[in-house]
Write a protein that binds this ligand. Structure first.
Ligand SMILES: Nc1ncnc2c1ncn2[C@@H]1O[C@H](COP(=O)(O)OP(=O)(O)O)[C@@H](O)[C@H]1O
Ligand SMILES: [Mg+2]
Length: 361
């Protein structure tokens, strides 16, 4: 279990997260689903408080939008710690709860925390409040943020951490006066997934297009690419050259490379999309005997998303097919704003319609 916890993307960001939390009253954390926000970050805080001999004084509340997630996450975290619920980890939802004398980390529903605030305006004794899934906004969630914002000046030592899978972190950061944002990178998992695609290695070129601004992250991604390259994978690292529009500039420059001309299809995965190994064997056959087809697109299938987080990552439902011919430019500029998407394009169809070629070389 320790090994598993260390393998999650959040672990690489552990020190940065803890430092930021110790130095700022509010921190906004984002990172793709499955990277370890919900199960790991509360534990990092708990562990670092214990290491700093403040274990007995610390009291962490992490809110979940739904009762089932509060209960199942508490159960998961206790299991990761080799404990029963009600030892260091517990939960409280309407009409039910599990908490012991030594419980330091409690998973609440949003409404339970609001109720608590009604009777305990200063959240006396609470050291950390983590509001998870802040992108799933409803009345309760918005109201909670308003109440917490108002509380912060009265409790200067209280720490507030906002977590979200999506990238609208700026909105929340600016609501809290420009609170620092930390994005947990998931490049390792994504590169691994693409390198393990089931397809002849000599017929597959992988270009990793990096548009991160942070040099230490660029370096880590380059390292990861060279690791796979040494294993014989045909893989290239490219940092963005142009930044005109989200990903479009980077993509165009990558597609203009001469070596790309030798290829028939281009598969594009958003950075947070981790394809199953059969992704190409599922998508490419759609092009066979179908010269009119320019693009096969895959998208997420949210299956039992509350019951099983893994299914959110692993289920790809191949759906829409649509022709791109006359639309390529527009598509290139507008299409890749989606979160968590992937598609396979017929390079010839893009070329026939003008695509990225014109004026680019
Ligand atoms: N109940 C569970 N059973 C098995 N594995 C789980 C469970 N919950 C989480 N995990 C594993 O832990 C990882 C991190 O999950 P989580 O902390 O919920 O990520 P995030 O909050 O960033 O979406 C998941 O990718 C999954 O592999
Ligand atoms: Mg989560």
């Amino acid at each position: 279990m320790v090994e598993f916890r260390r393998s999650l993307p959040a672990y690489k960001a552990r020190d940065a997260l803890l430092n930021s939390i110790s130095q700022n009253q509010v921190v906004v954390v984002s990172g793709e689903t499955g990277c370890g926000k919900t199960t790991q970050l509360p534990q990092y805080i708990l562990e670092s408080e214990i290491e700093a001999a403040r274990g007995a004084a610390c009291s962490i509340i992490c809110t979940q939008p739904r009762r089932i997630s509060a209960m199942s996450v508490a159960e998961r975290v206790a299991a990761e710690r080799g404990e029963n619920l009600g030892e260091s980890v517990g939960y409280k939802v309407r009409l039910e709860g599990m908490k012991g004398r030594d419980t330091r980390l409690l998973f609440f529903t949003t409404s339970i925390l609001l109720r608590r605030l009604l009777v305990d305006r200063n959240l006396q004794g609470i050291t950390h409040v983590i509001v998870d899934e802040i992108h799933e906004r409803g009345m309760n969630e918005d109201f909670l943020l308003i109440v917490l914002k108002e509380l912060l000046p009265r409790r200067p030592e209280l720490r507030l951490i906002l977590m979200s899978a999506t990238l609208n972190a700026e909105l929340f950061s600016s609501y809290f006066g420009g609170a620092p944002m930390i994005d947990i990178p998931v490049y390792e998992q994504s590169i691994l997934a693409v390198c393990e695609l089931d397809w002849p290695k000599d017929r597959l070129l992988i270009q990793v297009l990096d548009d991160s601004d942070d040099e230490s992250i660029q370096w880590l991604i380059k390292e990861e690419v060279s690791k796979w390259s040494q294993k014989g994978v045909n893989i290239i690292y490219r940092h963005r050259l142009v930044r005109t529009g989200y990903k479009a500039g980077n993509l165009k420059s990558a597609m203009n490379c001469d070596y790309v001309k030798a290829y028939e299809f281009v598969a594009i995965f958003d950075a947070d999309f981790q394809p199953n190994s059969d992704f190409l064997t599922q998508t490419i056959p759609h092009f066979k005997d179908n010269p009119e087809l320019g693009l096969v697109q895959a998208r997420w299938a949210f299956v039992n998303k509350d019951e099983n987080l893994l299914t959110r990552l692993q289920n790809i439902n191949l759906c829409f097919h649509f022709e791109v011919e006359q639309q390529v430019n527009g598509v290139f500029l507008n299409f890749f704003g989606f979160n968590g998407t992937a598609g396979v394009w017929r390079i010839k169809a893009l070329e026939d319609s003008g695509g990225w070629q014109r004026g680019q070389r």
